[in-house]
Ligand binder design. Sequence first.
Ligand SMILES: [Zn+2]
Length: 344
Amino acid sequence: MSVKEKLQELIKEAEMSIQLVKNIHELNEAKSKYLGKKGAFQDIMKLMKDLPNEEKPAFGKLTNEAKQKISGYVNEQKQLIEEAIINEKLKSETIDVTLPGKKFEAGNRHLLSQIKEEIEDLFIGMGYEVMEGPEVEIDEYNFEKLNLPKNHPARDMQDTFYITNETLLRTHTSPVQVRTMLDNTEKGPIKIICPGKVYRRDADDATHSHQFMQIEGLVVDELTSMADLKGTLLVAARKLFGDKREIRLRPSYFPFTEPSVEVDVSCHNCNGKGCNICKGTGWIEVLGAGVINNNVLEASGYDSTKYQGFAFGMGVERMAMLKYGINDIRAFYTNDIRFNKQFK
Ligand SMILES: [Zn+2]
């Protein structure tokens, strides 16, 4: 048998036995059987030394071609085996899409956030801008510029937590109004609401919390009056508590407004006939308001002979409690998920 014939025989044998191989381990064995250091090829290479020199290049060419062919068979088979492994895996790991999935319950936003945004939207619709400010304030912005000088007796109504003698946790969002008036370098008109957390040194009970939320409004303009205030609050009351609501203003006292009023809304539960929510009066107190005290305007650089304005403030918790019949303010802050879930 010539060398050429021997090589052709070897190629044929290798092709057949490699195609029968079923896994990578067997393939590696076959590979070393033919192409390895002690493989069939090495035996044939030994024949080279007996050949005449002129035949050696042709022999080298033939053996190289044969080697390449066999390597090709090994690679082809390797690919087939790997594909088979993947197909097997895909079959065994098939996902049954008809199985019912796990149910993810979507949470819901806290009631206070919902009410806050409802009130914000209402006032944005009337052309107000939403302004926010720091919860840690200086005495000057929280009290002094709001007509509450040091030692003013009305400060007792708003005792708070002091960080130093001059810095404190704000007792209302009014300092945001002060900041807005000071920032308004042209001293032009202002129409804002200021939502946010405020703090008082109150003992917690069903109707008091050391932390609560307020939304205050401020309008500064050349032609605003008590009538504008009343109209604005009537729109707000009807939007929040229903179209049939009426409001009434009772004289009151706040240092930053003059005249000042407490605002009552006709009871949404009994339509004014009297019930336990309105304590039999037919009216529910919802907020405080008034015409801005001239001292407040002047303290922030406004000319009180040219400008007037009005301000109002409401507690977000109180609005939520009235609207949903919640009887304990602490429910908002105890993070009981059963409470929150009711307001989806
Ligand atoms: Zn009532």
